[in-house]
Design a protein around this ligand. Structure first.
Ligand SMILES: C[S@@+](CC[C@H](N)C(=O)[O-])C[C@H]1O[C@@H](n2cnc3c(N)ncnc32)[C@H](O)[C@@H]1O
Length: 189
């Protein structure tokens, strides 16, 4: 998808898209570098908020089963057309859990998120945090990566069982982006 079509989607739903320009290839490569150490142990990658597919393109090269969650129908359709081997779910992450993504897939996945946590309405952010916590507690070695344009932690989980760490800074992105990693430290079952 071109920058101009992305911009049109931004005009229609600014808070949900959260950025006027797609992520850069440098950010996609930054995500790939961050997740690489976890790929030996996981069969699947789940990308949340696929947008234009700039990150999808690099994730698809990693040789894992890739699922992309994208609620915007125009963006989801473009990703599906461009990457026929990728499983595209046209839904929010909150709705996708339990409906479109199997438990088995979730338990064996690394999660990458481009969710616009800062611009979304508070109520939706709270629902998303709940959904992300659900994903992280699926297995004791679950890991989630999220980028943000701000300095602080973009997903401040209240649960002390989740660790949050800034693991990268990508300068070749507009604006420059920080990559954060979230892990479930203890699972009380
Ligand atoms: C910053 S944009 C996408 C960035 C993407 N990496 C790109 O380069 O195009 C954020 C994306 O998250 C999607 N999104 C918003 N709310 C969501 C939700 N609740 N679940 C999943 N995706 C969501 C938007 O539709 C949008 O495509």
């Amino acid at each position: 998808m071109s920058r101009s079509s992305f911009f049109i989607e931004f005009i229609k739903k600014p808070r949900s898209i959260g950025s006027i320009t797609p992520s850069s290839d440098a950010l996609a490569l930054g995500f790939c570098e961050a997740i690489r150490p976890y790929l030996n142990d996981k069969k699947n990658i789940i990308e949340i908020g696929g947008g234009t597919g700039t990150i999808t393109r690099r994730l698809a090269d990693l040789g894992k089963h890739l699922t992309v969650i994208e609620p915007n129908p125009a963006l989801a359709q473009k990703i599906a057309a461009k990457y026929p081997k990728v499983q595209v779910v046209n839904s929010t992450i909150q709705a996708a859990i339990g409906q479109h993504i199997s438990e088995k897939l979730l338990q064996d996945a690394v999660f990458i998120s481009s969710l616009p946590m800062v611009s979304l309405p508070k109520k939706e952010t709270a629902e998303i945090k709940k959904a992300l916590f659900y994903l992280l507690k699926k297995s004791k070695d679950s890991v989630l990566f999220q980028f943000t344009y701000r300095l602080g932690n973009p997903i401040p989980f209240r649960q002390s069982t989740i660790s949050a760490k800034r693991v990268g800074l990508v300068l070749r992105n507009i604006p420059p982006a920080h990559i954060w990693k979230y892990r479930m430290e203890h699972v009380n079952t």
